[in-house]
Design a protein around this ligand. Structure first.
Ligand code: SAH
Length: 348
């Protein structure tokens, strides 16, 4: 089944032309799509057009089936997909606006040892329209429209590895930044990757100045290999070279994510080694005390030790900060909520 949200305006115009309907209908339907409406809800579109489209297209790819909220207003959503799979997303409120974290795959096949997303492996890729659907349905929930968006920033940091679903993710980026649709500024979108080097290079070629975030989590390949299987494929040296190339092509400094894990990557020696790795071009290190995932058995560090690690980096001339952990009480880490729900399902 095809998904209506996968289409660009010109593709929808082609579909409308093939139905022998006037071109303006495409624009009208497109506007409705970007209001987050399903075909059924498009009251200004004639029934016969809706019925023809319904034969070939699904128009409600994403449904929110559960919402958790913490005391700071962070919301975690559980969405269902047309085939019964579930994914999750997080909405974070900051002073400057609302940031939505979207998923790009059902599950993940990267196997990072600290992450809940790959506990059950990968089920499938999401299509561009399914990724976009997350944005449209949360924007609608918040009372936003395409012209007056209630979501200011997007981060591709939910379940899945965006660069392992390169085609659909880049199609999504084109759709979500299109003036025909919801018109996001690429500068307000971050894509986080565990470091699939050839696709980092391809992303740099696309010419969208999105923020590239690399999940580094270790200062050398030996430590990295113990927590991230992808490190067996690409070295930190290759990742840094691709990151530098990304900066040169897009002019955007690269962010390195570093989850501090007690006894694994949190020593002063690690900070020293990390400083040498990320220096030399504009970068920033985001430190985050590990969000403990019970099944994984790894331990987090205290806030105080995270601050110490951060100070050490700064003293060595590295731009760094400790990210506040958000959503800890609502299964905030990638894949945690989905796993909990899957497990509850099994227990039933
Ligand atoms: N696959 C992408 C997106 C994943 S999630 C990537 O690897 O970047 C976004 C970030 O959360 C990544 O940096 C990921 O490594 C990190 N992360 C995953 N599980 C975590 C946990 N339990 N605690 C802290 N950070 C975690």
């Amino acid at each position: 089944m095809k998904i209506l949200q996968d289409l660009s305006l010109s593709q929808l115009e082609e579909v409308i032309a093939s139905l022998n309907e006037p071109k303006y209908r495409a624009k009208q339907i497109y506007e409705n799509i970007y209001l987050g409406k399903s075909l059924e809800e498009m009251t200004n579109v004639p029934k016969n057009i809706k019925e023809s489209l319904e034969k070939d297209f699904l128009s409600e790819p994403i449904k929110i089936i559960k919402t958790l909220e913490d005391e700071e207003g962070t919301k975690k959503f559980l969405y269902s997909l047309f085939d019964g799979n579930i994914i999750e997303g997080v909405l974070m409120k900051y002073k400057y606006g609302n940031t939505l974290c979207v998923s790009t795959q059902v599950g993940c096949r990267m196997g990072c040892k600290f992450c809940a997303s790959s506990l059950n492996g990968i089920v499938r890729n999401l299509s561009a329209g399914e990724i976009l659907g997350q944005v449209l349905c949360v924007n609608r929930l918040l009372g936003g429209t395409a012209k007056k968006r209630e979501i200011t920033n997007l981060v591709l940091m939910g379940s899945g590895e965006p660069l392992d679903n390169f085609h659909e993710v880049t199609k999504f980026l084109q759709l979500v930044t299109s003036k025909d649709g919801i018109n996001f500024s690429a500068r307000n979108i971050s894509l986080s990757t565990c470091g699939i080097v050839p696709n980092i290079k391809k992303l740099a070629e696309i010419g969208l100045p999105i923020i590239l975030t690399i999940s580094l989590h270790a200062p050398n390949d030996n430590i990295r290999k113990t927590i991230m299987p992808i490190a067996n494929k690409y070295s930190i040296k290759e990742i840094i070279s691709a990151s530098r190339n990304y900066f040169e092509k897009t002019g955007r400094r690269v962010i390195f994510e570093y989850a501090l894990i007690s006894g694994v990557n949190d020593s002063f020696e690690c900070a020293k080694e990390l400083a040498t790795v990320v220096k030399g071009f504009p970068t920033h290190v985001n430190l985050i005390p590990l969000n403990e995932v019970k099944e994984r058995g790894l331990k987090t560090v205290s806030r105080k030790n995270a601050e110490k690690f951060c100070e050490a980096l700064k003293n060595m001339g590295v731009s760094a900060s400790v990210r506040r952990t958000i959503g800890e009480n609502i299964e905030g880490a990638c894949g945690q909520l989905r796993n909990k729900v899957l497990k509850e399902g099994e227990a039933r």
